[in-house]
Design a protein. Structure first.
Length: 125
C-alpha cells in the first residue's frame, strides 16, 4: 500500500498526463489515433472517435485534478480513470493482431500502467 502522499502524487501525475492526452486528441486526432490503430478508419470517422475519446480523457483528467482539493472526491475519479484505461487495454487485446506493433505495445504499456497506478493509488486516497 502506498502512503497517502505518494498515492496522491501518482494520481495527479496520471491525471495530468490524461488531460494532456485528451487535449492532444481533440486538437490533433490523428496524432493519437494513427499510432494506435494505424491507417484503419481513415477520414472523419477516425477523427470523431479520437476526439470523443479525447473528451473522455480530458474530463477524467480534469475531474481528478479538480478533485485533488482538500476533501475532494479524488479516489472516485482515479477509479473511474482506471476503469476507462482497462477498457482501452481490453479493446487493444481484442484487436491486437490487427494493430500496428509499436502502437499496440505503446497503448498496452500506457493504459496498463495507468490501470496499475489506479489500483495502487486508490486505496490510499
Amino acid at each position: 500500500m502506498l502512503s497517502p502522499r505518494t498515492a496522491r502524487l501518482l494520481a495527479l501525475a496520471v491525471a495530468g498526463g490524461r488531460a494532456a492526452l485528451g487535449v492532444t486528441a481533440i486538437v490533433a486526432p490523428d496524432a493519437v489515433a494513427r499510432p494506435w490503430i494505424g491507417d484503419d478508419g481513415r477520414g472523419p470517422g477516425r477523427s470523431v472517435l479520437a476526439r470523443a475519446l479525447g473528451g473522455r480523457d480530458l474530463a477524467l483528467g480534469l475531474g481528478a485534478l479538480l478533485a485533488a482539493r482538500p476533501d475532494g472526491p479524488l479516489r472516485g475519479w482515479v477509479e473511474a480513470g482506471g476503469v476507462a484505461d482497462a477498457g482501452d487495454v481490453v479493446a487493444t487485446f481484442l484487436a491486437f493482431r490487427h494493430l500496428p506493433a509499436r502502437g499496440r505495445w505503446l497503448v498496452l504499456a500506457a493504459a496498463g500502467g495507468a490501470v496499475a497506478a489506479a489500483a495502487l493509488a486508490a486505496p490510499s486516497l
